[in-house]
Design a protein. Structure first.
Length: 459
């Protein structure tokens, strides 16, 4: 088990953690015809929206109740009711995700009571689902906020009913915040290869994969999982849970529907991919397709090709817990040594990582540990670019946000194919930054006639 070291600094010097409201809003961006509404100050929501737009390079639907000094003191319930009514009237969404922030949580906002007031005042909008989420900035991270939103979506939209498998070729997928739109698209194709269809919650691959729509522009999400499909999750044959952070959401879904679940910490590397493939084979009662076997063989070949370049390399990783765990297991499996592991917050699963120690901290901790322990490679989000430059080592960009590269959200890390490409990326980074050892020449070396004519001197 890994030793968990808690932070002792009075402040975060170079922040790694992204707030819970950002994570909760991200989960709602994976639902169809949805508007996330943050109950807080206008500036906070503007900052969060900027984060999303720089990362995805897409239009982001995100609204705020715009609390100010007066409403913070005397109460902002009217702001919430008015914001909900305005969104319903102007945008006609199928769903509004109403989430608190640090400001409204500190004020003591009673969101369920405010929703009742909205329903009583505007009964004409009864068909619009409103999902409340308590996601304060003062606790957790993006990953925990995302998980809270998924749990709230299940609690609000999935009816409690006895287990009845009405759709034997349908499976549910609870997708962790560590998965990119590219990852989710690959997972859906993986499932479809076994003749199954998937309800992904949330489906960022359908909404934030970077595609143009015929309408040209929409004030709501461009795609995602429809509300009616979420309500039908109790009719599936099984649930596939990807990421330890969604264990509570999975427990709730199983309690409400009785649908059995299969849980996976991640889907990177040979062992994790094999476990997912075998689960799909059992659920579908079909043999593994030849193209899946082919991809597995390709990953094995890539592991052989990259072994001598990656084996023994020293890696430093900083990320939210699910992504940190997936990356740490993957690089360890291919022979690399994780010399520094920094988590953004203390969450479940950190003690199970294949490392000696996990530091809960910030990017300053990552830089300090990397320098002290001689890291050859840094893995974190785009905020780590300056750190890698100061250390003189390559940076593998992973996590959120990725604002200084194109196509970050489209990159696939999971599955046999994604693992293979990640291996190649790692090997190419290490090769490009490889420091050649200068040849040794004796002080007694006189050189060839041509070298002497050119003015070459002994080393």
């Amino acid at each position: 088990m890994a030793e968990i070291v808690l932070p002792t600094k009075p402040l975060s010097v170079n922040p790694l953690k992204v707030s819970q409201p950002v994570g909760a809003s991200l989960a709602f961006l994976g639902l169809a015809r949805t508007m996330p509404l943050e109950h807080g100050a206008r500036g906070c929501t503007s900052f969060n929206k900027l984060f999303f737009m720089r990362h995805f390079r897409e239009p982001i639907p995100l609204q705020t109740t715009a609390m100010d000094q007066v409403t913070t003191v005397i109460g902002a319930d009217d702001n919430v009711v008015e914001a909900l009514a305005t969104i319903c009237a102007k945008d006609a969404p199928d769903l509004i995700g109403l989430l608190t922030t640090g400001l409204s949580e500190t004020q003591g906002a009673d969101i369920p009571r405010t929703i009742k007031a909205f329903r009583a005042t505007y009964p004409q909008y009864g068909g619009v689902a409103v999902v409340p989420v308590n996601a304060t900035d003062t606790q957790g991270c993006l990953e925990t906020g995302f998980a809270l939103a998924v749990e709230a979506i299940i609690a609000t939209l999935v009816p409690a009913q006895p287990a009845t498998v009405k759709r034997p070729r349908q499976v549910n997928v609870l997708a962790s915040s560590m998965l990119t739109p590219g990852d989710i698209e690959a997972i859906k194709e993986w499932i479809e290869a076994f003749g199954l269809s998937a309800i992904v919650l949330p489906d960022l691959a359908d909404s934030l994969d970077g595609h143009l729509i015929d309408e040209g522009y929409s004030t709501l999400t461009y795609g995602g999982t429809p509300v009616e499909r979420i309500a039908a999750m109790g009719e599936s044959i099984a649930t596939l849970v990807i990421g330890r952070s969604l264990d509570r959401a999975a427990d709730l879904l199983r309690a409400r529907t009785g649908v059995p679940d299969h849980r996976f910490a991640g889907l990177m590397g040979l062992d994790e991919c094999d476990a997912f493939t075998h689960a799909l084979a059992r659920i579908s009662d079909k043999p593994v397709p030849e193209r899946i076997e082919r991809k597995r063989a390709q990953l094995q070949d890539a592991m052989v090709d990259c072994h001598f370049t990656l084996g023994g390399s020293r890696v430093a990783i900083a990320a939210d817990a699910d992504l940190l765990g997936g990356l740490a297991r993957f690089v360890t499996d291919v022979g690399m040594d994780v010399v520094a592991a920094v988590a953004s917050a203390r969450t479940r699963g950190l003690a199970d990582l294949p490392v000696a120690q996990v530091q809960v901290g910030d990017l300053e901790d990552l830089e300090t540990l990397s320098r002290e322990r001689g890291a050859d490679l840094v893995v974190t989000n785009s905020h780590g670019a300056d750190i890698a430059a100061r250390l003189g080592v390559p940076l593998l960009r992973a996590g959120f946000p990725l604002y200084d590269i194109y196509g970050g959200p489209a990159q696939c890390w999971v599955g046999y194919g994604g693992s293979r490409q990640t291996l190649f990326h790692l090997a190419n980074l290490m090769t490009a930054y490889h420091q050649e050892i200068a040849p040794y020449r004796s002080v007694y070396w006189q050189g060839t006639p041509r070298e002497l004519e050119s003015g070459a001197r002994p080393c």
